[in-house]
Design a protein around this ligand. Sequence first.
Ligand code: GSH
Length: 91
Amino acid sequence: MITVHHLNDSRSQRVLWALEELGLPYEIRHHARDAATRLAPPELKAIHPLGKSPVIEHEGQVVFESGAILDYLSRRCADGRLAPPAASPEY
Ligand SMILES: N[C@@H](CCC(=O)N[C@@H](CS)C(=O)NCC(=O)O)C(=O)O
């Protein structure tokens, strides 16, 4: 199972879109921005060194940076679907 550490109004929405498009099972751990500062809550620092979102957990791996997460999901979990071959101009 893939766990997504999702922060409201953030680029972790990209990860949810990708998971839906790839048809992968996942669960969401919701984190709420501080209403005044809009910063992520401190508990995210337990999973990400800078306390940012998105982060995913999968089979004991912790992956962060949205671009790296999308690459990981495609290559590791979906046989390269939604990613062009590395040698192609589209890549
Ligand atoms: N380069 C990172 C950026 C991560 C990032 O800045 N996330 C923002 C949301 S889009 C965040 O966690 N902001 C809350 C904070 O900095 O406290 C990525 O693409 O994942």
